[in-house]
Design a protein around this ligand. Structure first.
Ligand SMILES: [Fe+2]
Length: 292
């Protein structure tokens, strides 16, 4: 007959790694796995991430002094204590600084120590997990844009010489198709790989990365937030291209766009025309960005 153990439910909460040079291990785990380090008493260091934590201490390589299972409440803890005693197991003093002192610790036949306990409440809470490493986040270079004081000639070059496909035009006067203010061109089915905004000078305007969706945009915004890089424009949805977007500035003030859901248009589809006076072509949700 199976014994009904009170060690249910219990979750693996943390373990301890000893290392001859703890700083080396702390540094590695923080960078590679994503932890924040917090010094504890006795030279121990708590590494905390979202739903994970480890204690690092000084000692022999490959030693793992204990692992801790988190119990639900004091009643369960006392049931576990009584159960351990009834099973004839000698418990040892709680070695884990992450559990209250009254945690129950037992040693298995190979010498591994299991600790069953309740969390200390006086330790700091983990920071929010909004710091995904950027190398792991999708951002395909997707389009680049210029400003020009020579828009008609640019249009002629890209459409007649290079034969890019026009996707959208923005007009100063919606009733006058010669009053083009912006032109978007595609070189595959994505709405634009290149675009030109009429402006007072010829200059770089921005470049854009296509990511996988709204949640990925959130991750990028969180990542920039962690680096104290503010959103410069957006979030919004471009009318032309129908893509979600926000922009930041690089240290030189050049604009960088993070985009998602950019529209796909077959090669045989003709251009559309936008009224440039209401700003919807560049942002369906709110403020535009007027180039001077
Ligand atoms: Fe863009």
């Amino acid at each position: 007959m199976l014994i009904e153990s009170p060690i249910w439910p219990a979750q693996l909460d943390h373990f301890k790694i000893n290392a001859p040079d703890p700083a080396l291990i702390v540094n590695f785990y923080c960078k590679a796995i994503g932890y924040d380090a917090y010094p504890l008493d006795s030279g121990n260091i708590l590494l905390q991430g979202q739903q994970r934590r480890v204690v690092i201490g000084k000692g022999h390589a490959h030693s793992r002094p204990y692992h801790g299972f988190r119990l639900q409440d004091r009643r369960q803890l006392e049931e576990v204590r009584a159960f351990v005693k009834a099973q004839g197991i000698n418990s040892i003093e709680n070695p884990s600084p992450l559990f209250n002192d009254d945690a129950v610790a037992v040693v298995d036949p190979d010498g591994w120590v299991s600790v069953f306990g309740l969390n200390r409440l006086d330790l700091p809470s983990p920071k929010a997990s909004n710091n995904s490493p950027p190398m792991s986040m999708a951002a395909r270079l997707q389009h680049i844009v210029v400003a020009t004081n020579n828009l008609d000639e640019m249009i002629s070059f890209y459409e007649k010489t290079l034969a890019f496909s026009p996707s959208d035009y923005v007009l100063k006067d919606v009733n006058d198709k010669s009053s083009k203010q912006v032109a978007f061109w595609r070189t595959d089915e994505e709405h634009h790989s290149f675009a030109a905004f009429g402006a007072s000078s010829n200059r770089h305007d921005h470049h854009a990365y296509e990511t996988t969706g709204w949640m990925a945009m959130r991750d990028w915004a969180d990542h920039f937030g962690n680096l104290n890089i503010p959103i410069w424009w957006g979030p919004g949805r471009h009318g032309a291209g129908n893509n979600l977007f926000f922009m930041i500035e690089d240290p030189l003030g050049d604009k960088i766009e993070i985009s998602a859901e950019i529209e796909r248009i077959s090669r045989s589809t003709g251009p559309r025309w936008w009224d440039g006076t209401d700003g919807k072509a560049v942002n369906l949700w709110g403020a535009g960005w007027a180039r001077d």
